[in-house]
Structures are given as C-alpha cells and as structure tokens.
Design a protein around this ligand. Structure first.
Ligand SMILES: [Ca+2]
Length: 239
C-alpha cells in the first residue's frame, strides 16, 4: 500500500513537470537518442541532434536531426515518453514530421526523409540492443506539399524521389495502437532508389528532421489518468 502511494506521488510529480504548452492530445517526449548525429553543417550550424527534433525550436544551433556524412545506411532515433502511457484499444496516433531545413539554409534544399519506419516499445528505458520494438502499421501518409508515399510491406514508408520534391515539407503518418507505450523509434532506411541510397531525398542522401511530434486521440486529460495506470502496470511487470 505504501509503495502504491509513493508511486502515485512520483506519477503526479512527473505529470506536474511535463513541459508545456502541449497541443491537444500531444504525447510528451524526452531523452532523444540516435545511433548517429551530424556534428556540424557547412555554415556553422548544428549539431544536428535527435534531441533537436523534439525541442520545439528551429534555430541554427537546433536545426533538427541529420546524419551526414553517414548516408547510404540505416540509422535510427529513439524518443521516450515522459511517462509510460497505457493507450486504450484503437487509439489513433498521428506522427508529424516537420522538415524545414531549407527555409534556414536554402543552399541545401530537399532535406526530407526518403524512407522511414516507426515502431513502439513498452520496455523500460533506457533503450538498448535488448529493447523489443514493434513496428506500427501505417494506415495513411500525407504530405503538406502533396507528395505521395508508398506504405511498404515492412511497415516503412517510401517517398519516390521521381516526383516533384519541395524544399521543405511536413509529413503526417497515421497508425492505430493500443496498450502500454514507453517510447518510439524512428528508423531511417537506406534504399537504392534514393540519392546516395538515402535515407534522405537530398542530393547527398541526407535529411533534416526539424521536429517530430506524436498526437493521440483520446484527449490529454485521459492520457494523464491512464499514465498513472501505466506506471502501475510497469511496477507489476518488474516484480
Ligand atoms: Ca526542433
């Protein structure tokens, strides 16, 4: 009983420390990590960290996540939810990927993702090689600039580089989920059809993910209450 009370206090403290303001239903993320991050740009910009993809900023010192010169191979970034969240059945998740590097540095346009995949985990952080990830099956891909994306059999989304490519864009991916989620993984995947085998659409195979956000239906108030339940579930699992 005592531990339950403690757990409740911890959960309330966690919820009270959530960064704000959040948009309706936004899932709060923190502790971004990537297997590779571009250290600097050619104009004194950077570093291009995974953390800068969830920091709500877009400045030369926080231009988003990028991976040059390690193009042509797969990479991934992970983002922890601030609190574990127990999603009810058939929760609709919307992933928004803003990519507006060219608006700051017009010299390197089209720094957009060419092939990527999103997965979720219910494992406790920190995430490592033993973390179990489940690929989400996307139900819809849309682009603010009207690009089309193919949802492939492995759950990844492929943006055909043969179509008109805008200098910047916002991708939106919809998927349905349920159960406990403690984090998200964004894999950026090499593909021989992309420039320099990708994973980006830029001529050098790079991309720059300005901002990565996750929104969920139900509402945030419900999310907060369920987060308490999520912590209790985790607690039981650890015993
Ligand atoms: Ca950012």
């Amino acid at each position: 009983m005592k531990s339950k009370v403690m757990l409740g206090i911890v959960a309330v403290l966690l919820l009270a420390s959530l960064p704000g303001p959040a948009s309706a239903g936004e899932v709060q993320l923190h502790n971004a990590w990537a297997d590779f991050e571009q250290v600097y740009g050619t104009q004194g910009d950077g570093p291009y960290t995974a953390a800068s993809a969830i920091d709500e900023y877009f400045t030369p010192s926080s231009p988003g996540w990028a991976i040059y010169p390690e193009v042509g191979v797969d990479h991934f970034a992970t983002f922890q939810t601030v609190v574990p969240i127990a999603f009810p059945d058939q929760t609709d998740l919307t992933f928004t990927m803003q990519q507006y590097h060219a608006s700051m540095f017009p010299i390197s346009p089209r720094r957009l993702l060419g092939r990527f995949r999103i997965s979720v985990t219910s494992d406790l952080a920190p995430f490592d090689a033993g973390t179990m990830w489940t690929t989400l099956t996307p139900t819809k891909f849309t682009s603010a600039d009207g690009m089309t994306g193919d949802i492939l059999g492995d759950g990844s989304i492929f943006i055909d580089p043969g179509q008109p490519i805008p200098t910047g864009d916002t991708y939106t991916v919809a998927a349905t989920t349920s159960g406990l989620i403690t984090g998200f993984r964004l894999e950026v995947l090499a593909d021989s059809r992309l420039p320099q085998h990708g994973p980006g659409l830029a001529d050098d195979g790079n991309f720059a993910l300005t901002q990565f956000t996750v929104d969920a239906v139900p509402e945030p108030a419900t999310l907060s209450l369920l987060a308490l339940g999520g912590l209790a579930v985790l607690r039981r699992r650890r015993r």
